[in-house]
Design a protein around this ligand. Structure first.
Ligand SMILES: Nc1nc2c(c(=O)[nH]1)N[C@H]1C(S)=C(S)[C@@H](COP(=O)(O)O)O[C@H]1N2
Ligand SMILES: [Mo]
Length: 512
C-alpha cells in the first residue's frame, strides 16, 4: 500500500492510468448498491425505488413551466430519461467515490453516505411514506460500502494482478446486472398489482364521519383513521402481491356445497358498508395498535348461508395467501353483526399492506382471531380439530375484544399550561358499546366524561373532560364502563394470552 502510494506520487504520468481502475471499482460498487436497493424495494416494501423517489421529487420541485418545456422537448421519453439520468448521475458519483477512496476512505464514504441521505430524504418525503421505506436504501448503502472496500482491496497491492482485478470487477458487474434484472421482474409484478389496484373502481362509498363523533379537544386524533396512518400488524416479510383477477376464495369443510369465488363473483354479491374499529391483542394499555375505518365488503354470513353450514361446526379456519391462519368462532361470522369480506377501506381498495384485494373484518374480535388479510380460504370446522398460527404460540383460542379506554390528550411527553384544560381520548367495547367513561386527576374524585356520537357499538368513542391544571406533576387516569355494566378492572395484565387489562394513566407537568 505504501509503495502504491509512493508510486503515484512520484510518477504523475501514470496518475490518469491508475485512476481508471479505482473509478471502475467505485462504479461497480455503486451499481451493486443500487441493484440491492432495487431488489429489497421489490421484495420487502413494494414501494418506489430510491431512484424513482428522487425522480418524483425532482418532478415535484421543478416549476411547471420548466417541466412543460422539457416534456415538449423530449416527449414521452421524459420518464426513462429522468430515471436513466439519475441512475447515471449516481453511478458517476459512485465512480468519483471510488477515485476518492484511494486517497481517503473517509471522503469516499462521506460521498456515498451523502448520496444515500439525499435518496433517503426523497424516499421518506413521498406521500404515505413510512420509516421502513428506508430499509432498501440502508441495505444498498451497506452493500455499496462493503463492495467498495472489497473491490479496491486488490488495487492497494504494489503490483496489481490485472487479470484477477478485471475478473473480480466483471463478477461484481454481472452480479449487479443479475440483481437489477431480478429487481425489475419482481418490481414488474408489484407494479402490475399496484396498477390494477389503482385502476380498480369499486361500487363503494367513503363513509362520512357522524356528526358529533369528534369532540373539541386540541390535539385529539381524528375519529376516522386514514389508511396511511392505520396500524399494521402481520407476519409477512414480503407482502403478498395478488392481482384481483388471480384471486379466489374457497369456502369448504363442513358445508353442504363448496364455493369457489372469484373477485368478480364476490363483487356480484350484495355489498355492506360499516364503521368498525379493529384492534390488536398485543395492544398494551394506552397503546396505538387500534384503528377505526369505514369498511365495504360482502357479509361472511351471506356466503356461509349460501354454502350451508353443518350444525356440528363451531369454527372457521381462515387462511391467508401467505399461509398465516386463524380460527374464528363460527357464530361471530353467522350472527347479525357485520362480519365482512372487505374489499375497501375508507372508500379505497384495500392498501396492499392491509390485505389487498380481500380481507376479513369481524367486529368485536381481536385481529389475530379474525381479521385475515389476503384471505383465500375459509374452512368450516370445529375448534377441537384445529390449531392456528397464534394459538400454536400460546395465545388464547378465543379473542373477544376487552373493554378499554385510552388518554390521547395530553399526549405522551406533553405538558399542559396551568389553568382549566380539556383532556380526552377514546374508549371501545365493540359489540357491547361504551356506556360511560370516567377520568380522575391526582387520585381525586372520578368525573364523568362527555362522549362523542357513534354510529353503533362497533367503533371507538371519543371522550373529553376538563381538569384544573396547577404547577407541577400530575397523573390523569381513565376507565370505561360498557353497556353490559362492566367497568374496566384496574388489575394490570399482560397482552398474552388474550389481551391487556388495567387503567391507562398519563403523567404530565403543569407549566406556567
Ligand atoms: N395474513 C395475515 N393477516 C393478519 C395478520 C397476519 O399476520 N397475517 N395479523 C392479524 C393481526 S394480529 C391483526 S391485529 C390485524 C391487523 O390488521 P391491520 O394490519 O390491517 O391493522 O391483522 C390480522 N390479519
Ligand atoms: Mo394483532
Amino acid at each position: 500500500m505504501e509503495q502504491a502510494r509512493a508510486e503515484s506520487h512520484d510518477d504523475p504520468a501514470t496518475e490518469t492510468g491508475t485512476r481508471l481502475p479505482w473509478a471502475a471499482a467505485g462504479a461497480v460498487a455503486g451499481a451493486l448498491g443500487l441493484a440491492v436497493a432495487w431488489v429489497v424495494t421489490a421484495l420487502v416494501t413494494g414501494r418506489v425505488t430510491p431512484v424513482e423517489a428522487i425522480a418524483e421529487t425532482i418532478v415535484q420541485i421543478t416549476p411547471g413551466g420548466v417541466a412543460e418545456a422539457l416534456i415538449q422537448l423530449v416527449g414521452t421519453w421524459d420518464k426513462p430519461l429522468l430515471l436513466g439520468g439519475i441512475t447515471l448521475g449516481a453511478l458517476a458519483m459512485a465512480a468519483y467515490a471510488g477515485v476518492l477512496y484511494r486517497r481517503s476512505q473517509m471522503a469516499a464514504t462521506l460521498v456515498v453516505v451523502g448520496l444515500a441521505l439525499v435518496a433517503g430524504a426523497a424516499v421518506l418525503t413521498r406521500p404515505g411514506a413510512v420509516p421502513t421505506d428506508a430499509l432498501p436504501l440502508a441495505a444498498g448503502l451497506v452493500l455499496w460500502l462493503v463492495a467498495l472496500s472489497f473491490l479496491t482491496a486488490q488495487l492497494r497491492h504494489a503490483v496489481t494482478d490485472r487479470r484477477r482485478f478485471l475478473l473480480t470487477l466483471g463478477s461484481g458487474a454481472a452480479l449487479a446486472v443479475a440483481a437489477g434484472v431480478a429487481g425489475d421482474l419482481l418490481g414488474a409484478s408489484r407494479r402490475k398489482v399496484r396498477e390494477a389496484r389503482e385502476l380498480l373502481r369499486l361500487p363503494v362509498t367513503r363513509g362520512t364521519t357522524p356528526d358529533g363523533a369528534e369532540l373539541d379537544v386540541e390535539g385529539m386524533p381524528p375519529w376516522r383513521v386514514a389508511n396511511a396512518d392505520f396500524y399494521r400488524i402481520d407476519t409477512a416479510i414480503v407482502l403478498p402481491n395478488i392481482d384481483p383477477q388471480d384471486w379466489s376464495l374457497r369456502i369448504h369443510g363442513m358445508v353442504d356445497t363448496e364455493l369457489v369465488l372469484s373477485f368478480d363473483d364476490l363483487l356480484a354479491r350484495r355489498l355492506t358498508e360499516a364503521w368498525v374499529t379493529i384492534c390488536c391483542v398485543s395492544n398494551e394499555v394506552g397503546g396505538d395498535l387500534i384503528g377505526n375505518a369505514w369498511w365495504s365488503g360482502v357479509r361472511v354470513a351471506d356466503l356461509l348461508a349460501e354454502a350451508g353450514v353443518s350444525p356440528r361446526a363451531d369454527a372457521v379456519l381462515q387462511t391467508s395467501d401467505d399461509g398465516w391462519n386463524c380460527g374464528t368462532p363460527l357464530a361471530a361470522l353467522t350472527d347479525d353483526r357485520n362480519a365482512l369480506l372487505a374489499v375497501a377501506m375508507n372508500g379505497e381498495p384495500l392498501p396492499v399492506e392491509h390485505g389487498f384485494p380481500v380481507r376479513t373484518i369481524v367486529p368485536g374480535l381481536y385481529g389475530y382471531v379474525s381479521a385475515t388479510k389476503w384471505v383465500v380460504d375459509l374452512e368450516v370446522t370445529r375448534f377441537d380439530r384445529i390449531e392456528s398460527y397464534w394459538t400454536q404460540r400460546g395465545w388464547s383460542e378465543r379473542g373477544p375484544v376487552k373493554t378499554m379506554s385510552r388518554i390521547d390528550v395530553p399526549r405522551a411527553g406533553d405538558d399542559l399550561p396551568i389553568g382549566r384544560r380539556r383532556v380526552g381520548g377514546v374508549a371501545w367495547a365493540q359489540q357491547t358499546g361504551i356506556a360511560k367513561v370516567e377520568y380522575q386527576l391526582d387520585g381525586g374524585p372520578w368525573q364523568t366524561a362527555e362522549l362523542g356520537a357513534v354510529p353503533g357499538e362497533d367503533t371507538w368513542v371519543q371522550w373529553a373532560g376538563e381538569v384544573e391544571v396547577t404547577e407541577g406533576r400530575h397523573v390523569l387516569v381513565c376507565r370505561a364502563t360498557d353497556k353490559s355494566g362492566y367497568t374496566q378492572t384496574p388489575v394490570k395484565r399482560d397482552v398474552i394470552p388474550d389481551g391487556a387489562t388495567g387503567w391507562h394513566s398519563r403523567t404530565f407537568d403543569g407549566e406556567i
